[in-house]
Design a protein around this ligand. Structure first.
Ligand SMILES: Cc1ncc(C[n+]2csc(CCOP(=O)(O)OP(=O)(O)O)c2C)c(N)n1
Ligand SMILES: [Mg+2]
Length: 704
């Protein structure tokens, strides 16, 4: 045994149990020492998990992981997901040691403002961080998404003898990950689908923040995963490189089921007083204990951020090895391109995210005068038109496809018929679904979507947030978007959801008014980077007149849909979204009969509208027209920004009510007459400022 690391620890008794070489131990301890030093330097952070899982990390990264540090974006690479993001130093150490260009200085700036080594790994900040992790369980589920994307692309592009898409998704998962419900949702789906390219190692250290996992986590994890249909293996000594390697090999050989390897580890391995204790989870060891630990590990106590040449050389083999594997893969791709030139071109376009021609032209144009179309229905038609031109579209719903209209007819069920099916049956698992589509998007080569009712976006919200944080290009389709859904009542009727989604940075929210706006919002959702939320009606809505104006205006996020009749200057602005736009149009007519000139502004996307130049925004919402009314069947929270302190909002600031949808809408004041009344009231509320913009309102209402 390479006993140095065990000296002075509880593990002395285990001497002779593992057969690591001295070099193995040197490499493993290099990771440990970097975690000790970085947390000491920062005065905060998480040393315990990186120290406990260092042998797992070393074994995976030096013997199994196929990656090319010189080309971190290489499509053929295996993906590595560090689901317990608090163990970020594990990843930073590996990226530094294997040659990703992350310097020791940067590791020394762990958790500092502006560093590339933040508390939790952030995608986009440094090469090799495949996903942003931190909220426990999310990485687990995003990895499942990556596995789905890999299988899907393999199903589409591989041909016998030409397996160009063939990589694994490796993940580290912790107690916290497996306690969070989202990992159960995702694991259950992965088991049902039989995602064989998935290999997760469980850092089974019996410790979480409050102490022993016995406090709250006594289930048999291995049995649980077997019950999900996973291949499960176990390593009893988490420092045993050969045992870890053997289990990894077994998992790699298992291609029909996802694999979980339960690795028994000890948090803060090597620390004489803190090993195996919760105290080592989220605080630096402290000067004295850091020194004692280095001593116990046989490490020079007076050196900080020390990487022995020998360890460096072992890890850096990744550069040559990566280049070799990359070349091998290039040869495979060249042979594929020769045998399947058209497919190879398609694959390249897909992976590079290049727009196939013709998809914009394929967006349906809906004619006015026909029967009402719910925007969820319009969205379904748009999706089914797009799929013929956008073969990267793949997604589904949380058991609500018939309601969310998200089935791609004739495009197969993923994993059940075949791997190239485009329809994913996520099951009733919104939280996992949200993370899975992020993982798919971040894998590359697919444009995923996920659908449920708007009210259940709450179940998906943490995942939408992570998608926004990482700018994962996924489309969240959220139907049944107001109390107008009717009889299902307040549990199913969203109220505050639009406001809450709009509050999220990095997410673009769309609430189209009719079928043509829906088509345009879909266009934006496909074109724009980052996640999109399409908020759609259950109830039928008329296809609005002036189709050209709508199709031209909607892509600006907000536009003038209707001016006051007879070319009058607008006295009042009615600003509406979604199903309430038609109501605003009716209110405009009512107001006209009352002698008030109203302009109707449709505002399908606040975020897109706010990106427009001020000049444009002012042309839509002239600053001098302060009599403004917003109309949206949801919380009024946030509408102040458009109606100002002189305006009013017609909205719903309480929970809904069970009843027929149209009746419920009337009950909450969503009638043309009420909107018109509010618009009148807005004018009356204030005394005009002499010579100010209120002059017209004063005159208008002076006599009434
Ligand atoms: C969703 C979520 N809840 C809470 C936390 C805060 N947190 C960070 S780590 C952790 C648990 C630590 O246990 P474990 O995952 O076993 O990590 P270890 O202590 O073994 O390093 C918690 C509750 C979090 N990161 N994410
Ligand atoms: Mg733990």
């Amino acid at each position: 045994m390479g006993a140095a690391y065990a000296r002075g620890t509880d593990d002395l008794a285990k001497e002779g149990v593992v057969a690591n070489s001295a070099t193995d131990d040197l490499c493993i301890n290099t990771i440990r020492a970097l975690a000790i030093d970085a947390t000491q330097r920062a005065g905060s952070g998480h040393p315990g998990a990186p120290m406990g899982a260092a042998a797992m990390a070393y074994t995976l990264w030096t013997r199994f992981l196929r990656h090319d540090p010189a080309d971190p974006e290489w499509w053929g690479r295996d993906r590595f997901i560090l689901s317990p993001g608090h163990a970020s130093l594990l990843l930073y150490a590996l990226l530094h040691l294997t040659g990703y260009g992350l310097t020791l200085d940067e590791i020394a700036r762990y958790r500092q403002l502006g560093s590339r080594t933040p508390g939790h790994p952030e995608r986009g900040l440094l090469p090799g961080a495949e996903v942003t992790t931190g909220p426990l369980g999310a990485g687990f589920a995003m990895g499942i998404g990556m596995g789905i994307a890999e299988h899907f692309l393999a199903g589409h592009f591989n041909r016998p003898g030409h397996e160009v898409v063939d990589h694994r998704i490796y993940g580290f998962v912790s107690d916290g990950d497996l306690m969070e419900g989202v990992s159960s949702e995702a694991a259950s789906l992965a088991g049902s689908l039989g995602l064989g390219k998935l290999v997760y190692l469980y850092d089974d250290n019996d410790i979480s923040i409050e102490g022993s996992t016995d406090l709250a986590f006594s289930e048999q994890v291995d049995q649980r995963f077997r019950a999900y249909g996973w291949h499960v293996d176990r390593v009893d000594e988490g420092n045993d490189v050969e045992a870890i390697a053997e289990a990894l090999q077994g998992a790699c050989d298992e291609l029909a089921r996802p694999s979980l390897i339960v690795v028994k580890t000890q948090i803060a391995f090597g620390s004489p007083h803190l090993q195996g204790t919760a105290a080592a989870h989220g605080s630096p060891l402290g000067d004295e204990e850091a020194r004692l630990t280095k001593e116990a590990l046989g490490w020079p106590v007076d050196r900080e951020f020390y990487v022995p040449d020998e360890a460096q050389a072992v890890f850096r083999r990744a550069v040559d090895e990566g280049a070799r594997r990359h070349r091998e893969w290039d040869d495979r791709v060249a042979a594929y391109a020769e045998a399947e030139p058209q497919l190879a071109r398609q694959w390249r376009d897909t992976m590079e995210g290049r727009d196939p021609p013709g998809w914009r032209e394929a967006l349906p144009r809906f004619a006015t005068g026909g029967k009402a179309i719910a925007t969820r229905e319009a969205s379904g038609q748009v999706l089914n038109a797009l799929i013929e031109h956008l073969p990267t579209l793949v997604g589904g719903s949380a058991d609500l496809a018939p309601s969310t209209r998200t089935e791609l007819a004739g495009y197969g069920d993923l994993g059940l018929d075949e791997w190239c099916g485009h329809n994913i049956h996520f099951g009733v698992r919104e939280h996992a679904m949200g993370n899975i589509v992020s993982g798919m998007a971040l894998h590359g080569g697919v444009l995923p979507y996920a659908a449920t009712f708007l009210t259940f976006s709450d179940y998906m919200r943490p995942a939408i947030r992570l998608a926004a944080l990482q700018q994962a290009h996924a489309v969240f389709i959220l139907t049944h978007d107001s109390v107008a859904l009717g009889g299902d009542g307040p549990t199913h009727q969203p109220v505050e959801h639009l406001a809450s989604l709009r509050a999220m940075p990095g997410l673009t929210v769309y609430r189209p008014a009719d079928a043509n706006e829906t088509a345009m919002c879909w266009r934006l959702a496909v074109e724009r980077p980052g996640p999109a939320a399409l908020v759609l009606s259950r109830q039928g809505l008329p296809v609005l007149d002036d189709v050209d104006r709508i199709r031209e205006g909607a892509p600006y996020g907000g536009y003038v849909l209707a001016e006051p009749p007879e070319g009058a200057e607008a006295d009042v602005l009615l600003v509406a979204t979604g199903s309430e736009v038609v109501l605003a149009l009716e209110a405009r007519d009512v107001l006209h009969r009352r002698g008030i000139a109203a302009r109707v502004v449709s505002l399908p996307s606040w975020e897109v509208f706010e990106e427009q130049p001020r000049e444009y925004r002012d042309s839509v919402l002239p600053p001098d027209v302060r009599a403004r009314v917003s109309v949206e069947a949801g919380a009024t929270f946030g509408w102040e920004r458009y109606v100002g302190d002189a305006g009013m909002s017609v909205g719903i600031d309480r929970f809904g009510a069970s009843g027929p949808g149209a009746e419920v809408m009337r009950h909450f004041g969503f009638t043309a007459a009420h909107v018109a009344d509010v618009a009148e009231q807005v004018g009356r509320r204030r005394q005009p400022v002499a010579g100010g913009p209120w002059r017209w309102v004063a005159s208008r209402f002076a006599s009434s």
